[in-house]
Each structure stands twice: as C-alpha cells, then as structure tokens.
Write a new protein. Sequence first.
Length: 222
Amino acid sequence: MIDVELVLPAGWAVLPTAPDTERVRKWAIDGIIGRALPATLPRDRAEPWRRELRKQLTASTDEASRQGARWVVMPLREFNSTRIPGSMLITILEDQDPQDPEQLLASILDDAGPDGSCVDIGGATAARISAVIHQEMYGRDTVGVRVSYYLPHPARPGVWGLMTFSVLAGADVDDPVVRAIVFLFDTIAATLRWVERDAAPTQDEVLAMVTATVAELEGVAS
C-alpha cells in the first residue's frame, strides 16, 4: 500500500477519513471537543460552542471522506496562546492510465498563473497553488487562504499525492499571523515522504495514535 508520512509538531493529530474509520473519527472528534471546551466551563456558555465545533469538525472530516481523502491533519494544541485556524487534507490518487507528470504539472501551473509555483517535495517536482477563499464560519462570511500541492510519486507512474490546507484569516489574508500559519503548513508539507505499508493502519492502531496525542495535550495542560 502506497502512503505518505509527515513530520508534525507536538500536539498535532492525524485523523483518518477512509470509509471504514468512522468509529475512530467520532472518538477523535469527541476528544478534540473535550480538550478545547472542557466540562469545567459553564454549560450555558460552552454548549453552543461545543455544538458548533462538533458540526464543523464532523462536516470537514465527512466531506474529506466523500472526496476520497485518506487523512486530515490538524493542530490540537495552541501556538503562543493562539488556536491555529487551519487543517490539511491528504489524498492518494492512482491513475490507471498514467499521464506524463511533467506535462500535467505544467498544465496545472499554467492554469494557476501567478498563484502557482514549482517546489521539490518527496523526491520529485511538485506544484503549489494558492488561492483566497470565502466560507461561512459561525454564521459569518470568513476569508481564508487555501494552498494545494500536487505531488507525483517519483518511482510509481500514475500515483499522485494531493495535499490541501486551508487557513482562516478573518478579514485580512495578508495579516502577519496568517502568513506565519501558512508558512508553518508549508514547512510541514515539505517533510512529506512516500512510504510502502503492508496494509492500511487498523482502527485500533489509529486510535492508539490519537490517544497518545490527546494524552500529550493533557500532560501539557496539567
């Protein structure tokens, strides 16, 4: 099985979005909500935010699953007392009728114009495409930055990785904090390496991984 690995900062989680991982995904979402909005908060004030956070996390991971994404990567720990408003989707595509990767990348970059650039990731040339997006968040129209990476496997014709991350920006996509968060995601993306697995991780294996991340967060909080 062809897969990818990333080097992640402490306190980041990798959530599965394959069709057979609903149990782990629900457990992980429950853990994230419990960490972000603990039971010690006043119920009348915290419960609406819990419902909204659950709605957002469930919607984003369900949509990732519908799109065929394999993983969602997101920060669970605050950075300099600020929650990082972003997440990354990772998809592995296998084309049965492979196209020339150089021609395909050239076409992608041509369509992107000034928003596209070439980068070296995972042992091959990849395309990085950025865009300003608008989406509704907590009932308000929010501006954000979306960056997509198209990565051909260096040794497997027809195998591609697609990494997409979105960062909410409020009203100003050029805010230094937003630019710093985009840079952080870019740095994580640059660590991607292709790997071969005997089989997909089991639910218990993924559950153990998420449990370790939540335990790490609880240790920091204490």
